[in-house]
Design a protein around this ligand. Structure first.
Ligand code: BTN
Length: 237
């Protein structure tokens, strides 16, 4: 299996964060399709300023992209999720959790972090390919080492390239449809913690931009652009 045309792999033993490295390389002129893969991260970054435990064995990768001006960079997390979903082996019964996690049996197996700097965006993907990080087995799971990280990385690059080009050509619709087809909690009650407080309601749909729409008991709608989702009314995930 090979990387898509124009992609170039930078394989590292250890780095602080593949996203940070991809953005450093972008500042030095690295082109679209530069893929930073690391066996280990010493300062892996998660969403909302969290750290991402990054011991050897799991997959830590970043695809550097240079989207055309005017693209909604936030949608890249859904593009990456669609690609990641497609790259999963057929046996894996996963669900997407808004905005950009993959769950298996309700526990997280992968996360996506998009970071932009100027006209470059780092599409960071972490997959618990081999093991569940220490201390989080109540909320996280792993793929049991069915496939090594490098093989999975190449497959993800292949599906990412296809979804990325489809997104540029056709817009967000097909990406959103693929995401909704495997969305966790669609039609169920969800609670979302946002910067402005906590909102509960039925998870009805995604907007054309990727915001989550909750509907309350009086059919009132709330659109949420960023937040942490818990399924159920009381914050159980
Ligand atoms: C999340 O919080 O769910 C997002 C986690 C993203 C982790 C990946 S691992 C590869 C890339 N490099 C980082 O520092 N973070 C992302």
């Amino acid at each position: 299996m090979r990387l898509p045309h124009g992609y170039r792999l930078v394989s590292l033993h250890r780095i602080d964060s593949t996203n940070a490295e991809a953005l450093r390389r972008a500042a030095e002129g690295a082109p679209h399709g530069t893929v930073v893969l690391a066996a280990e991260q010493t300062a892996g970054r998660g969403r909302r300023g969290r750290s991402w435990l990054s011991a050897p064995g799991n997959l830590y990768m970043t695809v550097l992209v240079h989207p055309p001006e005017g693209c909604a960079t936030a949608q890249l997390s859904f593009v990456a999720a669609a690609a990641l979903g497609e790259a999963m082996d057929r046996e894996t019964d996963f669900r997407f959790k808004w905005p950009n996690d993959l769950l298996m049996g309700g526990r997280k197996i992968a996360g996506i972090l998009i970071e932009a700097d100027g006209d470059a965006a780092a599409v960071g993907i972490g997959v618990n390919a081999a093991r569940t990080p220490e201390g989080v087995s109540d909320i996280a799971a792993d793929l049991g080492g069915r496939e090594d990280a490098a093989t999975l990385c190449v497959r993800i690059c292949g599906s990412f390239d296809l979804w990325y080009r489809r997104w540029l050509a056709e817009g967000f619709g097909p990406v959103r449809d693929a995401w909704l087809a495997r969305a966790a909690g669609l039609g169920e009650i969800a609670t979302v913690q946002t910067a402005r407080g906590t909102v509960s309601g039925r998870f009805d749909r995604l907007t054309a931009e990727g915001a989550l729409v909750l509907v309350d008991a009086s059919d009132g709608e709330t659109e949420i652009a960023a937040g942490e989702v818990f399924f159920g009314r009381r914050g159980c995930c």
